[in-house]
Write a protein that binds this ligand. Structure first.
Ligand code: ASP
Length: 328
């Protein structure tokens, strides 16, 4: 019997349509329904018994925590009604954020696989149909169990922990900087070549229900010529936490360090990430005041923001949050 796979659609370029087939920009994302996506890929029904539900129909630049909440609830419902795995079609702009949120909050060992496309469904050489087929193959495979939330695009399988969009327009738009992909789709099947070592899904302490009221956690971007105004505005705006996308290895401009230190003294939890796109932010060895700040390890700023917001939903204790950044 074929495994039952639930495809949850959220929009994106994979469901995008342009006026002409040679147009690969200037299209509208998220306008086509699941049936149109399935019709472009008849081999799907050879792999799995598929059902589908529309969770959203948006350009993923507009992703919200309310949609994450609906998506997570829908995933739970699909598993409860017998799905062996879940596929989520998603815009590529924030695919890594939704993937990491689910990686931290879904209490399951069953496969949850995100995919998208860089070219609209109407384009010549559209990449969506093969990405969708690969996602269903992956979600239906025993090898995907216990690996946390996965993403498959352009034949590469990535962990939600590490994947980042690294190109604005290329079909090969995703990478896991430093650590590389988990594996590839080869001859129609997943071939894993490494595993994720950080905590996730069934072994995570976070709950998706927290998305109903996540604390305000903005990201500040480090740059030459910075001043204190945005940091002050973040604190005045009620930030419970701040992620600083620092220069280099998460270093903080002197003009911003002071307001961030006084924010930390008032209980705002400040996490140092890096704007470079790769590499770990490590503890500052010069000691003292920097001990107020928590290092994001290899999490890019947007993912550090999600972990910090979920962490703050559970605790305000800096030592506990530091431990979470170490483990997840
Ligand atoms: N802006 C689109 C989205 O994220 C891009 C894409 O899907 O490739 O929905």
């Amino acid at each position: 019997m074929k495994p039952k796979i639930s495809v949850l659609t959220t929009g994106g370029t994979i469901a995008g349509a342009a006026a002409r087939s040679e147009m690969i920009t200037g299209y509208r994302a998220g306008v086509l329904g699941a049936d149109t996506l399935f019709a472009a890929c008849p081999a799907l029904s050879d792999v799995a018994a598929i059902d589908s539900a529309e969770v959203a129909a948006i350009d993923s630049k507009d992703m919200t925590e309310a949609i994450w909440l609906r998506l997570a609830a829908q995933i739970e419902e699909a598993f409860a009604s017998g799905a062996a795995g879940i596929v989520i079609t998603h815009g590529t702009d924030t695919l890594e954020e939704t993937a990491y949120f689910l990686h931290l909050t879904m209490k399951t060992d069953k496969p949850i696989v995100l995919t998208g496309a860089m070219r609209p469904a109407t384009a010549l050489s559209a990449d969506g149909p093969l990405n969708l087929l690969d996602a269903v193959r992956l979600a239906a495979s025993p090898e995907a169990h216990g690996q946390g939330v996965l993403a498959v695009l352009n034949g590469e399988i990535h962990s939600a922990r590490d994947i980042q969009k690294v190109h604005t327009t290329a079909v090969q738009a995703f990478a896991s900087p430093d650590v590389g992909a988990l594996g590839r789709m080869e001859q129609g099947a997943p071939r894993f070549r490494r595993r994720v070592l950080t905590r996730h899904t069934a072994r995570s302490e976070f709950r998706f229900e927290s998305a109903a009221a996540l604390p305000y956690v903005p990201i500040l971007y480090g740059h030459a010529g910075a001043d204190s105004r945005l940091a002050a505005a973040a604190v005045e705006g009620g930030a419970a936490g701040i992620v600083y996308a620092g220069t280099g290895d998460g270093s903080i401009h002197e003009a911003v360090r002071k307001p961030l230190l006084s924010a930390a003294e008032k209980g705002v939890v400040v996490v140092r990430a890096s704007r470079t796109g790769a590499g770990a932010v490590l503890s500052d060895e010069s000691g003292c005041p920097e001990a107020y700040f928590i290092e994001a390890d290899t999490l890019p700023p947007a993912k550090a923001r999600i972990l910090l917001a979920l962490a703050l939903s559970e605790t305000k204790e800096r030592a506990k949050i530091r431990r979470m950044f170490h483990e997840y």
